[in-house]
Design a protein around this ligand. Structure first.
Ligand SMILES: C[S@@+](CC[C@H](N)C(=O)[O-])C[C@H]1O[C@@H](n2cnc3c(N)ncnc32)[C@H](O)[C@@H]1O
Length: 226
């Protein structure tokens, strides 16, 4: 049996999941309102889960991050979590391809009082990231956009995070597909292949010390070491 098998990787217990939700209360009224308004605006409900949001806030706090980059804004749910984690002097650059989503996020940041501490860059992050490079190096980069872009976003983070900076990436399990030789499911197989390359480079590329936080979707977590 592997070490992971002996020790268990996540509990997979519905009862424990409900208990943890009751005790740790990951989603407050502010986040619930963002989630509901995002759906009401016609966007897909693909924001991070409540516990992912709490993890983002706390990892950002623990890292003492003050300058962060997010790729994939949607309605601003995870952006608010990152901003909460950065405290009063934090600043977030967040990238969103869809103008309709960016408009919902702008309203989110206005309602939550964060508007002066965030800039939404509308457009494809692959081109738009260059706009913020002069403000780097950054303390934290969070990836949550097109999975085919993850290897490129990781390469960008390697150059524009400070040593000691944090890389977080949601959906890193690729809906279970990363563990299979060939993924055949409702998500993009090309995206899953990109996630395999992303994880391999994050884990073994030499620029990060990294692990996988065993959330439902897999939250990859790396600290830049060189
Ligand atoms: C999963 S959602 C982000 C959810 C958000 N992080 C949250 O938890 O509240 C992914 C978002 O990334 C955006 N996106 C996808 N590809 C993109 C790209 N190349 N550049 C910028 N945004 C992109 C999509 O339009 C979508 O709104």
């Amino acid at each position: 049996m592997s070490a992971a098998g002996e020790k268990g990787f996540g509990q997979g217990s519905e009862e424990l999941a409900r208990w943890t939700e009751r005790v740790f209360q990951p989603e407050d009224e502010v986040l619930r309102e963002i989630r509901e308004r995002t759906v009401a605006a016609g966007l897909r409900p693909i924001q991070v889960g409540p516990f992912d949001g709490l993890h983002l806030e706390l990892l950002t706090r623990a890292a003492g991050a003050r300058r962060a980059v997010e790729i994939g804004t949607l309605g601003g749910y995870s952006g608010v979590c990152l901003l909460r984690g950065m405290g009063a002097s934090g600043f977030l650059h967040t990238f969103e391809r869809e103008p309709a989503a960016a408009a919902v996020a702008a309203e989110t940041f206005r309602r939550t009082g964060f508007a002066s501490r965030v800039r939404i860059h509308v457009g494809d992050a692959r081109e738009a990231l260059a706009q913020v490079e002069p403000e780097g190096p950054f303390d934290l980069v969070f990836l949550d956009a097109d999975k085919t872009g993850y290897p490129d976003y990781l390469a960008w983070a390697e150059e524009h995070l400070r040593v000691g900076g944090v890389l977080l990436a949601d959906n890193a399990f690729g809906w279970g597909g990363v563990a299979r030789e060939r993924y055949q499911g409702r998500h993009s197989a090309e995206g899953v292949e990109a996630l395999k390359r992303f994880n391999a480079r994050l884990a073994g590329g030499g620029r990060f010390r990294a692990t996988m936080l065993p959330t439902e979707e897999g939250l990859a977590f790396g600290v830049k070491v060189r």
